[in-house]
Design a protein around this ligand. Structure first.
Ligand code: MG
Length: 367
């Protein structure tokens, strides 16, 4: 099989809640998502998606994804999309860094590999563990009482893990964590995710003030060193996210015992192939993972489900059903949340069919 053309689509994904707000007052109302269609010399086509969380969460942005795909496309035409190792080598040689640009292409090639052999991506990533994948719900940053109300509201939708968006004023964040912990029920899990937003002294104040609460602390500060400093000062379970941007960062953090769990985002590390390597190292080290992406629609939700469902349950902390956060469908066949859980489809590849009514005309074609 050979790649004969790459088509790029841009689709806006408005947030169902209206606005998603996290640390430092950053927010997004409409997510700028990019869908890649890889055409081959067979009847098969593969699909992938990349959707940064605005231009100021990770070093990634929508127009950057599309420009980067244009940079890579001439190097990929004529390659076998099912030979994922050589394909990723070509991408890494042609364009240094920019992992998020490569993510949608790698994802589309996994879709093609599955379709070419009649197996789901979940099967190809090692096979299905357990019946379904437990999801968490991100609780957008609001006043403390409102966030506690939203925890209760999302519990009614079946979620049992709640990730509070903190990383703002430390006194308000302490109130947010206490208010949410106050409405928590038996068997539920609370995570306070600062998304790099706390200064190290503020983070120290927060973890000390909530030390009596059963809460995970996620990525308190921007720098790895400051995160490790906070980690050494608290007995609370500790998650690293933004700092774990590749296998080197993971190995360093494992060596430093810098975290109890990680957040693995597919596009942050460069696609399913590189996420699988990190996933497998975490499994070997018994490190639990939240498996997700920076954001996305149906195609990314399907990719998350395949990676998460092929991960042993003991190392699966949670995952995200981004397609339930937004109002626009970019594909059919993606997982649909039921009772706070989802599962990977059994159809070949990612198991999705793109919705061209919502994708519209391609914004670029390389052939
Ligand atoms: Mg996080």
């Amino acid at each position: 099989m050979k790649i004969t053309a790459i088509h790029v689509y841009q689709v806006d994904l408005p947030l169902l809640e209206g606005r998603y707000t996290w640390s430092d007052g950053r927010y997004v109302d409409v997510f700028d998502s990019t869908v890649v269609e890889i055409e081959t010399d067979t009847e098969l086509r593969g699909y992938g998606e990349v959707c940064p969380l605005g231009p100021f969460y990770l070093p990634a942005f929508g127009a950057g994804a599309r420009a980067g795909i244009g940079e890579l496309a001439p190097h990929l035409l004529g390659l076998d999309p099912t030979a994922l190792g050589p394909l990723n080598n070509v991408m890494d040689t042609a364009l240094l860094g920019h992992p998020y640009v490569k993510s949608a292409i790698d994802m589309a090639c996994w879709d093609l590999l599955g379709k070419s052999c009649g197996r789901s991506v979940c099967d190809l990533l090692g096979g299905r563990h357990g019946q379904s994948i437990e999801l968490y719900r991100a609780i957008s940053q609001r006043p403390a009482a409102e966030m506690a109300d939203n925890v209760a509201g999302y519990r009614d939708q079946g979620y049992r893990k709640f990730q509070l968006k903190v990383g703002g004023d430390p006194a308000e964040d302490i109130a947010r964590i206490r208010a949410a912990a106050g409405v928590l029920q038996s068997g539920e899990t609370l995570i306070a995710d600062a998304n790099t937003g706390w200064r190290v002294d503020d983070a120290a104040r927060v973890v000390k003030a909530v030390q009596d609460i059963d809460v995970y602390i996620e990525q308190p500060c921007m720098s790895y060193e400051h995160c490790v400093s906070i980690r050494r000062r608290t007995a609370l379970p500790f998650i690293l996210d933004e700092n774990i941007d590749g296998i080197d960062a993971l190995l360093r953090a494992c060596n430093d015992k810098a975290m109890d769990a990680i957040n693995l985002k597919i596009s942050k590390v460069g696609g399913i192939s590189k996420a699988r390597l990190i996933r497998d190292v975490c499994v070997s080290q018994n490190i639990p993972m939240t498996i997700e992406d920076s954001w996305g629609g149906d195609i990314i939700t399907a990719a998350i489900a395949h990676l998460a469902h092929s991960t042993p349950e003991r190392c699966r902390f949670s995952a995200t059903d981004f397609n339930s956060y937004v109002t626009v469908r970019n594909a059919s066949g993606a997982p649909v949340r039921e009772a706070g859980a989802m599962l990977a489809g059994a159809s070949p590849g990612l198991g999705i069919e793109p919705d061209f009514d919502n994708l519209g005309k391609s914004v670029a074609t390389y052939s």
